[in-house]
Write a protein that binds this ligand. Sequence first.
Ligand code: HEM
Length: 465
Amino acid sequence: MPLISDVEVAPLYRPPAPEPPARRLGLFKLLSTLQRNPLECWSADVFEQPIARVKLPLLDAVLVHDPAAIRRVLVDNAANYRKDPIQRRILSVGLADGLLSVEDERWEVQRRTLAPLFARRTVAALTQAMLTAADALTQRWNALAGRRVLDIAAEMTLVTLNVLARTIFSDGLSSDLDEFRRAMNAYFGSIGRIGALDLLGAPRAIPRPGGRTLRRTMSYFEGVIDEIIATRRRRLDQMPQAEAPADLLTLLLRALDPSTGRPMSLAEVRSNILTFLSAGHETTANTLAWSLFLLSQAPDWARRVREEADRELAAPVEGLADRLVVTRAVVEEALRLYPPIAALSRAAEQGDSLGAEQIKPGALIVIAPYVLHRHRALWQQPDRFDPTRFLPEKRVAIARYTYLPFGAGPRTCIGSSFALQEATLILAVLVQRFDMRLAPGAKVWPQQKITLRPAHGLPMVITPR
Ligand code: HEM
């Protein structure tokens, strides 16, 4: 009988990721790499140290990857660490009145008002809408007879936008979904870069590249969304409450601040719709694209997901996402290796201390889930694909502030249950219905461009089962 140590254990797959440079980059190299792909800036020491400092001419940046210090920044002393000007500038274009961007009392009121829209029960009720969007995608793929190499990254943005369209406006977008998606891509293309002007602290009055495209795209969105809101308001006024469309738009228009009983203004409703669309679309699409890529490289896991999907998708929809435990473990491992929001940042208002580090007022705090999730001191075999970590019996052992794909504390992602449920359901449906292999010669590389996505798309050969 073989001893356990004699049994061959298949080595875990190591997915593509930049090799951290042994030394910190100099200023010019740092600026150009930040423009191209910020992931390539993280030097080896950052993956080993709990806290590291970067001195830039106008910035004192502190890279925080110590769980206790992260907890202090994001939770215990969160009031002292606010969204910093770079992040606010990048994220607030057109979203200025939405939850992602507002601060202080306006944020508190919006968060309270919007919380019921993303409560577990509300999200569970959206299961069917999510499955319908997955079905629409499988029909599209089945219809593409003979053209089986598809850019899965682009396909995933289509399905996640479709999910949002179905869950926010169940009676559909008045404009064409493809046109909307193109505008969404133009929007991300314009805001997607951390420019040297931002890093050097140039005032907002100095025009940034892509500003005009962005303004044009924003006015397109506003037109489409205002029309939808006006139509829905008229319908809601005319119909009995019980017959109102069961979607996020109805909930948004009816949402009242529990403390004051006040509804949201038109600007807030519009800004929050845009916020949900932009915060929930690419992030979830990337999660799905990376999950499918990882499964294409790890056939054992693809088989396990398929077995689970064959079994559970045949059973009643009630509680479906909760039963897809293997599928969900793959999604969570994809979120660990390729967190769509690869870095969070905050600006310190007052001085503080994080462990032995003194933080000066105005310091830029960077917490990078990408680094944290691959930190040498916090994870075993951090660069390897191993969904076992997220199976229920092991999941409980993952310490809270070592895994932050959705952030933490008061500003944690409000859509995390929505996104996890959506990604799990769609992944199960796709793996059940198709064999998906990476196209020969495809080069897959992670790039951080607002979200962390495959740099050259994800061409895969799709064969219906
Ligand atoms: C896998 C998908 C997603 C990921 C990885 C993700 C990640 C994040 C992260 C890290 C934050 C916190 C940012 C910070 O602290 O600076 C955040 C905030 C937020 N997310 Fe998500 N998100 C996802 C999906 C969604 C979805 C589906 C929605 C809505 C439909 C959404 C809406 C929001 C909003 C509104 C905020 C701001 C919350 C606040 O400031 O109170 N996200 N998200």
